[in-house]
Design a protein around this ligand. Structure first.
Ligand SMILES: [Zn+2]
Length: 186
């Protein structure tokens, strides 16, 4: 809590989210969790962000594809990013027309069950309507549908480093795993 004493200056230096009072006591400046860094001998307060607010139009979110049915993927929206998950996932819908600027023969060429995606929210109510047309949006992590290993991005497609399977997705430019140069199908 703001004003709460954390330590004295001799023990830990004041870091972000703290302040030093005139008696040499380091106190919390914000609501949050104190973090004592032994290596740098610095104390900081990690802010307690309450992002329970519902995503609204224009927000970027991440989610996991929970089902794919004909022209729609049902997405379990888990947070604004993977490091700050919501308390409870929110249902999102990604329609085939909102996936890419390129025409898709089938939705299965773009997203598959279990894919981790980043998407733009285009409405402000539940179910969230999602779009992945922007370059940063789309699949950011996927697994091989043959063997389950993580797929790596190579050129415009995804390749399985374990079995060599090549798959297509609407890949975000932020896809998390890149294939090593020279890696090839086995
Ligand atoms: Zn595989």
């Amino acid at each position: 809590m703001p004003g709460e004493p954390l330590c004295v200056e001799e023990e830990f230096m004041p870091g972000p989210g703290t302040y030093l009072d005139d008696k040499g006591v380091v106190r919390a400046a914000i609501i949050g969790e104190p973090v004592f860094d032994m290596a740098s001998r610095r104390v900081s307060v990690k802010p307690l962000v309450r992002k329970s607010a519902l995503p609204k139009q224009g927000d970027a979110v991440v989610g996991i594809v929970a089902a794919v049915k004909e022209d729609v993927a049902i997405v379990k929206v888990i947070g604004f990013d993977i490091y700050a998950p919501f308390k409870n996932p929110i249902t999102g819908l990604l329609h085939i027309s909102q996936i890419s600027d390129q025409r898709l023969e089938t939705i299965y060429d773009a997203v598959k069950l279990g894919d981790l995606i980043r998407a733009r929210v285009v409405n402000s109510y539940v179910p969230l309507l999602l779009s992945t047309k922007e370059p940063r949006m789309g699949v950011i992590l996927a697994h091989c549908s043959r063997c389950g290993a993580v797929l790596a991005k190579r050129d415009g497609t995804l390749i399985c480093s374990a079995c060599g399977n090549v798959e297509t997705r609407k890949i975000s430019i932020d896809y998390m795993v890149t294939a090593r140069r020279g890696s090839k199908k086995s």
